[in-house]
Design a binder for this molecule. Structure first.
Ligand SMILES: [Fe+2]
Length: 238
C-alpha cells in the first residue's frame, strides 16, 4: 500500500469514528514527531502492539480486501501465561460495504465481534478440521447469549448492537453488507498476537508492504521498530 493511501484511510476512519461518537485514546493522535519525544514510559504501547493497524492483506485493493483496525488495549505474553497479567484485548475496526476480511481462525484467541453501529456485518463460519481444512459440520455460535446454528459456510448477520462469540479454531470471514453503509466493529478478546495466533485459510499478508510516497500521518503499530527511539523499543525480534 502507498503511505498516501494509508493516510487517507486514517483520515476517513477518524471522521467516521467522530460521526459515531467513538472516542479514541490519546496515543491514537500522536504524530511521528511527537513519538520521537516519547520515552520508556510508553513501552506498553509498543510491547503490546497497540495502535493503528491498516491492512489490505496483501491484496493491493483495500476496498475489496482490507481492514481498518486500532488496538486499544492488549495483554502481553505474560498475560497469556500468568494469572496476574493482563489477559484481554480490545480493538475497534471499520468495515466497508463488501470489504472482505479473509477466512481465518485464531489458535488461542477467543473473540467477541460486536457491531457498534452503522451498517450490518455479515460473518461466514466454518468449523476447522484437525488438518486446518474447512469442516462440513454445522456451526454453533453464541450471539448475545443465544446459541445459533448455521450450516458449514453459512452466514450470520450482525445488526447494530448485536455480537457473536467466536471460539479458537473456528474459521470466519466477514464483510459489510452491501447497501447498508460502513460498519463500526468492536472486538473484545483474549490477548491478541497477530504475529503468531492467526491461521489464514488462503495465503495472505497480515501486514501491508508500504511504499513511502509521503510521510506518515500517524504510525502504524508495524512502524514502531523503524520509527521509535531505541530506548522505547524493546520489541523482541519475531
Ligand atoms: Fe478473527
Amino acid at each position: 500500500m502507498k503511505r498516501s493511501e494509508i493516510n487517507a484511510i486514517m483520515r476517513d476512519g477518524l471522521a467516521f469514528l467522530k460521526r459515531m461518537n467513538f472516542l479514541m485514546p490519546p496515543f491514537a493522535h500522536w504524530t511521528p514527531a511527537e513519538w520521537k519525544r516519547k520515552g520508556p514510559e510508553c513501552r506498553d504501547i509498543i510491547d503490546q502492539q497497540l495502535g493503528w493497524d491498516i491492512t489490505d492483506f496483501g491484496s493491493g485493493d483495500f476496498d475489496r480486501v482490507g481492514l481498518f483496525l486500532f488496538t486499544i488495549r492488549n495483554g502481553g505474553a505474560a498475560g497469556l501465561k500468568g494469572k496476574d497479567g493482563k489477559n484481554y484485548a480490545e480493538k475497534i475496526m471499520i468495515v466497508r460495504e463488501n470489504q472482505l476480511t479473509p477466512t481465518h481462525f485464531h489458535f488461542k484467541k477467543m473473540e467477541d465481534i460486536i457491531n457498534r453501529g452503522g451498517g450490518n456485518l455479515v460473518v461466514r463460519l466454518w468449523n476447522s478440521t484437525a488438518r486446518g481444512q474447512l469442516a462440513k459440520s454445522p456451526v454453533t455460535v453464541a450471539m448475545d447469549g443465544v446459541q445459533v446454528q448455521v450450516k458449514a459456510g453459512g452466514t450470520i448477520t450482525l445488526k447494530p448492537g448485536q455480537s457473536v462469540c467466536l471460539p479458537p479454531n473456528l474459521y470466519h470471514r466477514f464483510w459489510g453488507q452491501k447497501g447498508k453503509g460502513k460498519v463500526l466493529v468492536g472486538e473484545v478478546s483474549r490477548v491478541n498476537d497477530d504475529h503468531v495466533d492467526n491461521r489464514f485459510f488462503d495465503k495472505v499478508g497480515r501486514f501491508p508492504k508500504i511504499e513511502e510516497d509521503v510521510p506518515p500521518l500517524r504510525l502504524l503499530s508495524c512502524d514502531y521498530p523503524a520509527y521509535c527511539m531505541p530506548n522505547i523499543c524493546s520489541l523482541r525480534s519475531r
